[in-house]
Structures are given as structure tokens and as C-alpha cells.
Write a protein that binds this ligand. Structure first.
Ligand code: ADP
Ligand code: ASP
Ligand code: MG
Length: 407
């Protein structure tokens, strides 16, 4: 088999752990498999580099940011390849560029356009284990790009799709995908399997165990993916196509996201074209808007428009929104960065009613005020005050019986 194994930051946090990874990789190779390894930077390293950039510049240039950030994964890929060689296997580290990962030019959150992978294919045929530096690619103009936080997951899934791998294993610091973050709710249960769709919702709603785009990619190309721990041999969670028994569970997971801010334009004239104007300007700056709520005032002449954007884009979004507010004659712009989004997810919601009501009732019973709501076929999300995050996750996990949910 051809197996892609991705090891996250905590799994390569120091040389000892890198040697542990090397041993797992060598074992897989000695079982007769071809192996492509994708590594993250050592844990904390990417944050450290971002911090340095903000010390060096008030507004770091995004192209240079990518030059900087890609270095973290380069370090671990080389160290991992060396450690594998010590175990008697042939290994070769490749950067994103050497792997032929071509992306668009949206620095710090580039999208993969294609993967050529010719060099890797030849090296695999020559008996090498390939160790790819995750999280990075290259534009057609040869500029280095990175794929957004958590992007090594995407590198792995995309490489697995491009090389037509038999399996993509995502090794991390928990045993698999749980009903909610096991570091917040100790009663959370590991799922044996989860549908691509549910995983996509959970990821995009904040469960960082898999990066959202990696799940999109896995779903689109049907990449058999498993999430498991690099610290033990427990079976992990399979991310697969939806099957019949998944529908019997109404809610299969709870997610939270503290990485958004809420912007509100107060007293905007209520006339056609206003929303288009605001959200076009935000989209043109490559900022992704998540929730949107508009309240029309009682006299029908002015509206308040609130929306959420990622915390990392808050400065950019605030600047644009303030400019637009001036242009539109809105009263003011308010920003709140102490918010969290709490979500429940499950394909069973399609066929069960009263799920949202139960969520709202539970939150209210615990004194948690809801600031915004959004729903889709298989999820309900509420924005709340961030200080209630842990409480909300725990009570929702409890009220929907997730400890006893499908294991
Ligand atoms: P890596 O560095 O290996 O990429 P991450 O820190 O990105 O690891 O992702 C793993 C973390 O995801 C876990 O430590 C856990 O705290 C968090 N997490 C959030 N929601 C879930 C969930 N539903 N199941 C498992 N882990 C989750
Ligand atoms: N090192 C990058 C990050 O911390 C990418 C990754 O770990 O997947 O976001
Ligand atoms: Mg991650």
C-alpha cells in the first residue's frame, strides 16, 4: 500500500518525539508499504515565528510572512528524514516546492491548485521514504506560500489524493475525533467513524483536530482518512462517507470557536444594495465572513448589521468597515472580540425536530445569553459571550447524551 502519514506539532515537538515518529514510519515501511510522511513545525514554533514578525514590523508583509512561516516545517522535515535514515531506511526530505505543490498567490492562506509530485513518485519507486514539509506550497511565480493555520493536514490529504494513496493517516495528540474537545470535556467519547460532512462542519466550527480545507479535500477526492494518536497504537477515527446508522444519532458532536470577532455597523440606512456593498468590500480583501445578522429598527429607516470574521483578520475588517460606515452615513462601528461560537452537529438533525429549541433552552437555563444564531441542515450555531464557552460545551454535550452516543 501507499500510505501518507501526517504528524502534527506535538508529535514532532522535540528530537525525542521526532525519533518516535521515525520509528513509526520505519515500522510501516518495513511492513512493506511505501510511505510519504508530512510533518508540521515543532509545536509552538509557528506562533513563535508570527510573534517575531510582529516585533519586526507593525504590519508584516504577507509574502515575507510565508517565507518565514514555511521555515518551521522545513526544520522538522529534515530532522525527521535524518532520524529515519538512522533506522536503516532511505529517506528524503522535500519542501512544498520540491514536492510540486502549486498554489494560488493568496499569501498565508493559499489554496492548492495542483500537485505535480514527479520527484516524489520517482524517489518512492527508488525505495525512499519521502518526508514533506507540510503547510506550504509555491505559486506559479515561484513565491513560497502557506496554507492557513493547521495547513499540514491539507498538505497530507492533498498529497494522498494526488498520489492516489491507499490511506491518509493523521497522527496527533488525541486518539481520534471525539464528540467534543476531550481537553475540555473529559467525558467526551471517541467516535469509531464520522461522515465527511459532519467532520467538515465540526472542523469549520472550530474543532481543530482536522483543518477544514483538508476535510473538504478528503470529501471531494474520497481520500480514506483516519485520525489517530502518535503516542499509542489505539485505533483512531475513520472519516468516511455517510452510512445509514449515522442518521440515528441526532447530535454527534459539539464544537466551539473562540477565534472570531463580531463587527456591528450601527444605524445603516435601510435601502437596497447596502449589504452587497459592505460584504463585497470585505470579500475583496480576502476576509471570510461567517455569520451575518441584520436588525431593522422599528421606524424601518435604519438597520444594524452584525457579522463575524476570523480574529486574525479583525484589524483589516475593522478598517474596511469603518471606511464603509463613513461612506454610507452609518452611526458607528462596534467590535467585540470576547465572543465564542458554540455549535452542535449531526446528520440526524435532518430527520429530527426540536433540536435547536433544546439547544437554546439549555443555554438559557444556564444563564448563557445568545447573541447570534445560524443553522444549516446538519448544524446549529450560537454566538455567546466567550467566558461561557466551557460551560456551554459541557452542558450541551450532556443534554444531547453524547457520553452514551455512538462510540
Ligand atoms: P496537531 O498539532 O497534531 O495538528 P491540533 O492541536 O491541530 O493537533 O489538533 C488536535 C487537538 O484538537 C486536540 O488536542 C484537541 O484539543 C482538539 N480538538 C478539538 N475538538 C476536538 C474533537 N472533537 N476531537 C478531538 N480533538 C479535538
Ligand atoms: N505549523 C502550522 C500551524 O501551526 C501548520 C500545521 O501545524 O498544520 O498552523
Ligand atoms: Mg492541527
Amino acid at each position: 500500500m501507499l500510505i501518507v502519514q501526517k504528524y502534527g506539532g506535538t508529535s514532532v515537538a522535540n528530537v525525542e518525539r521526532i525519533k518516535n515518529v521515525a520509528a513509526r514510519v520505519a515500522r510501516t515501511a518495513k511492513e512493506g508499504h511505501k510511505v510519504v510522511v508530512v510533518v508540521s513545525a515543532m509545536s509552538g514554533e509557528t506562533d513563535k515565528l508570527i510573534n517575531l514578525a510582529h516585533q519586526a514590523s507593525l504590519n508584516p508583509n504577507e509574502r515575507e510572512m510565508d517565507m518565514l512561516l514555511s521555515s518551521g516545517e522545513r526544520v522538522t522535515s529534515a530532522l525527521t528524514a535524518m532520524a529515519i535514515e538512522d533506522l536503516g531506511c532511505k529517506a528524503m526530505a522535500l519542501t512544498g516546492r520540491q514536492m510540486g505543490i502549486i498554489t494560488d498567490d493568496v499569501h498565508t492562506k493559499a489554496r492548492i491548485a495542483k500537485i505535480t509530485g514527479d520527484r516524489a513518485k520517482k524517489a518512492l519507486d527508488d525505495g525512499y521514504i519521502i518526508v514533506v514539509a507540510g503547510f506550504q506550497g509555491i505559486t506559479e511565480n515561484q513565491d513560497v506560500t502557506t496554507l492557513g493555520r493547521g495547513g499540514s493536514d491539507l498538505s497530507a490529504v492533498a498529497i494522498a489524493a494526488a498520489l492516489n494513496a491507499d490511506l491518509c493517516e493523521i497522527y496527533t495528540d488525541v486518539d481520534g475525533v471525539y464528540t467534543t474537545d476531550p481537553n475540555i470535556v473529559p467525558e467526551a467519547r471517541k467516535l469509531k467513524k464520522i461522515s465527511y460532512e459532519e467532520m467538515l462542519e465540526l472542523a469549520s466550527l472550530g474543532a481543530k483536530v482536522l483543518q477544514t480545507r483538508s476535510v473538504e479535500f478528503a470529501m471531494k477526492y474520497n481520500v480514506p482518512t483516519v485520525v489517530r494518536s502518535s503516542f499509542n497504537d489505539n485505533p483512531g477515527t475513520l472519516v468516511v462517507k455517510e452510512d445509514k446508522d449515522m442518521e440515528n444519532v441526532v447530535v454527534s458532536g459539539v464544537a466551539y470557536d473562540k477565534n472570531q470577532v463580531k463587527l456591528t455597523l450601527l444605524s445603516v440606512p435601510d435601502k437596497p444594495g447596502i449589504a452587497a456593498k459592505i460584504f463585497n468590500a470585505i470579500a475583496n480583501a480576502n476576509v471570510v465572513v461567517d455569520m451575518i445578522v441584520q436588525n431593522v429598527s422599528s421606524d424601518g429607516k435604519a438597520a444594524d448589521i452584525s457579522f463575524t470574521v476570523p480574529k486574525t483578520d479583525s484589524k483589516k475588517a475593522l478598517k474596511i468597515t469603518e471606511e464603509i460606515a463613513k461612506e454610507l452615513g452609518a452611526k458607528s462601528v462596534a467590535l467585540r472580540d470576547d465572543i465564542a461560537k458554540i455549535s452542535i452537529v449531526g446528520v440526524g438533525m435532518r430527520t429530527h425536530s426540536g433540536v435547536a429549541a433544546k439547544m437554546f433552552e439549555t443555554l438559557s437555563k444556564h444563564g448563557v445569553n445568545i447573541l447570534m444564531i445560524s443553522t444549516s441542515e446538519i448544524k446549529v450555531s450560537c454566538v455567546i459571550d466567550s467566558k461561557y464557552t466551557e460551560l456551554a460545551v459541557r452542558v450541551l454535550h450532556d443534554v444531547f447524551g453524547l457520553e452514551e452516543a455512538r462510540a
